[in-house]
Design a protein around this ligand. Structure first.
Ligand code: GRF
Length: 207
């Protein structure tokens, strides 16, 4: 049998996506080994949760580094030491440097709570809601060195009904994220995602 891939999850916030990923690993929906949870924020609920359940965790503080690249260089050293094959950004609110992305080409997957390229940035749900969008959704994409910009793997849309509240919409979007993210991770580990020219991600059917 082939050895499972090892992956790291990067977090900065509450960690609801991390919870969903941990759950999927337990159920065998994700076959790879969750070998490391990394955070730029020591107090993030997500990293506390990871430590509580006995996952390997790492926190590095950006202010201890002279610039973003030296910060990312140290993270990469740690990832290589831990023999990480791919990375999942689950609410990691810090832009990766071009250096980092080059070290893991098409091996970094992000979840974004809108239908990209609409509503990039830190508040995708709120921005779509405030804009009055009638349809929004979730995007899972590979990461390149621009924010919320890499080749799209999966998207799922949701209607914003009249009278919808931001709280309710947020809950619905998170539920979609938790379902679609693990699906994309499973496709990745099975080698089913082929990044072609012109940004297109071809999804190879399951065997
Ligand atoms: C998610 O909505 C994700 O799409 C965005 O940040 C949020 C993180 O939530 N990038 P959580 O920490 O996983 O609960």
């Amino acid at each position: 049998m082939k050895k499972p891939l090892r992956f790291a999850v990067f977090v900065s916030g509450k960690g609801s996506n991390l919870h969903a990923i941990v759950d999927a690993v337990k159920k065998g929906e994700i076959a790879s080994e969750l070998a490391l949870v990394f955070s730029n924020k020591p107090k993030a609920e997500a990293i506390k949760y990871a430590a509580e359940i006995g996952l390997e965790t790492l926190h590095l503080h950006p202010r201890d580094y002279t610039n973003p690249q030296s910060y990312d260089r140290d993270i990469v050293i740690n990832l290589k030491r831990a023999k990480i094959d791919f990375i999942v950004l689950a609410g990691y609110m810090k832009l990766l440097t071009p250096y980092f992305v080059k070290e893991f080409p098409n091996k970094i997957i992000n979840v974004h709570p809108s239908l990209l390229p609409a509503f990039k940035g830190k508040q995708g749900i709120k921005d779509a809601f405030t804009y009055g969008a009638k349809i929004t959704g979730v995007t899972i994409h590979f990461v390149n060195d621009k924010m919320d910009n890499g080749p799209i793997i999966l998207q799922e849309s949701i209607k914003v009904p009249e009278g919808e509240t931001l709280e309710n919409l947020t809950e619905k979007i998170h539920a979609i994220e938790h379902r679609v993210f693990k699906k994309a991770i499973a496709m990745y580990e099975q080698g089913r995602l082929k990044v072609q020219a012109a940004r297109r991600v071809k999804i190879v059917p399951a065997k």
